[in-house]
Design a protein around this ligand. Structure first.
Ligand SMILES: N=C(N)NC/C=C/[C@H]1O[C@@H](n2cnc3c(N)ncnc32)[C@H](O)[C@@H]1O
Length: 433
């Protein structure tokens, strides 16, 4: 299930900012504080009545003296802050945009899309069935259960004794009805609310969750799963997926490029090429979250740019990651950009390591899923030869203000095997802010 996998959310996504819930901050309890706010830009004070800000700083708003300056406190310091440098939490749910986010999961369209994603559901069901002897009579936590499909499978296929099915959106009310309609109310306990604020009566043996978003991390639900793991998973418990791997490959996207940009060369016989820069900016500024690539589009072997062990990964490790890559192109063609996809594994139960585990790979060599692939289009395609090389880095940086969003920075040098000349490229792609 993916915030960025549906057109409506995609358009809402750009404006995903009117979270209605006010995420209560501890500092708010101090009665002199009107509300909390976060700086989304640095601010350098011009006199000592002003408070300096760094992007991501949280400040307590004491009074709103004017439309442009508010009196605020940051730690022990107080001073005026410019309102056009901060986003007040009362608008945005503290940058998590929870109102809008959970609201988006209260739609039939979304659940239909996920429940119709055969590879997705088959992976979870098969993993549960294959490990029935380990799940039987155990206690399971389903983080973000949606319709409760995975919880029902844990009981039906896994013979779990008890499942806590946690769902923050209003949809949880429907889920309760589904559990009852399937005679599972005595083993599946639907809990409406964020897992962060949930009080369970006991630790669990297995956490199951389907948290993966565009480019694996968008929506940043992984943080909620990590928190649930740290708080509710037994020491020797298992978390599924147990591992998550992000892949990146340099690729062609000729048809897409011609459709969106080449088109302007000649429009009904007229030269509209002056519009090509605008087209590139509009269509390629952010990655394409619903691109379906063909294996032959790959210009090299994919490389792993992020590998997560879900039993041990911490939230802070994910704030910013950088991976160095070197690709040797294995065919001639046109390099338009890079494609990304992920694989999640369902391993982790004790058993000999050679035991085959179920995995779900959303790449071009596997059956298509609703995640499709994520395409990062560079602005200028280059003609390449077999043997040319790309050497660079991909940096994934979580947005410090909009906490479900991230930015992917691609920087690399291209070396032609024939002429040896080197071209350097760099582009920053927000997902989606
Ligand atoms: N797989 C994709 N793409 N989306 C993730 C799946 C999101 C589902 O999990 C719920 N959810 C997300 N975060 C939490 C949380 N912290 N506590 C409880 N429920 C949550 C959402 O309302 C969706 O139903």
């Amino acid at each position: 299930m993916e915030l960025g996998s549906r057109n409506d959310m995609e358009s809402e996504e750009q404006g995903l900012s009117e979270g209605s819930e006010h995420q209560h901050d501890q500092e708010c309890d101090d009665d002199s504080v009107l509300e909390m706010a976060t700086a989304f830009a640095d601010f350098h004070p011009t006199d000592d009545s002003q408070l300096g800000l760094q992007l991501g700083d949280k400040v307590a708003i004491i009074s709103k003296n004017s439309a442009d300056w508010w009196w605020a406190r940051k730690g022990e310091l107080t001073g005026y802050v410019p309102t056009n440098h901060i986003t007040s939490h009362s608008d945005e749910g503290g940058g998590w945009q929870d109102g809008e986010y959970f609201g988006s999961y209260n739609t039939m369209k979304l659940h239909l899309e996920m429940l119709q994603d055969k590879p997705r559901n088959t992976a979870y069901f098969t993993a549960i069935q294959q490990n029935q002897h380990r799940i039987q009579d155990k206690v399971v936590l389903d983080v973000g259960c949606g319709t409760g499909i995975l919880s029902m499978s844990a009981v039906k296929h896994g013979k779990a004794a008890k499942v806590f099915a946690v769902e923050a959106s209003e949809f949880a009310k429907q889920t309760q009805a589904l559990i009852e309609a399937n005679g599972m109310a005595d083993s599946i306990h639907v809990l409406e609310g964020k897992v962060e604020s949930m009080k369970l009566p006991e630790q669990v043996d297995l956490i199951i969750s389907e948290w993966m978003g565009t480019f694996l991390l968008f929506e940043w639900m992984i943080e909620s799963v990590i928190l649930a793991r740290d708080r509710w998973l037994k020491e020797d418990g298992v978390i599924w997926p147990s591992h998550a791997t992000l892949y990146l490959v340099p690729c062609s996207a000729e048809e897409l490029y011609q459709t969106k940009v080449g088109f302007w060369e000649s429009v009904h016989g007229f030269d509209f090429s002056a519009l090509m820069p605008l087209a590139k900016e509009e269509f390629f500024h952010t990655p394409l979250y619903n691109h379906v690539m063909k294996t032959e589009d790959c210009l090299s072997l994919p490389q792993k740019i992020l590998q997560l062990d879900m039993k041990t990964v911490t939230g802070s490790e994910l704030e910013e990651t950088t991976h160095h890559f070197e690709y040797t192109l294995n065919k001639a063609g046109t390099l338009h950009g890079f494609a990304a996809w992920f694989q999640v594994d369902f391993a982790g139960f004790h058993g000999d390591a050679s035991e085959p585990f179920v995995f779900l790979n959303t790449g071009p060599d596997y059956p298509l899923t609703h995640w499709k692939q994520t395409l990062f289009m560079m602005d200028s395609p280059i003609t390449v030869d077999q043997g040319d090389t790309l050497d660079g880095t991909v940096t994934i940086e979580r947005n410090k203000v909009w906490r479900r969003h991230l930015r992917v920075n691609l920087e690399y040098s291209f070396t032609s095997i024939t002429t040896k000349d080197i071209k350097v490229f760099t582009k920053l792609f927000p997902i989606w802010r």
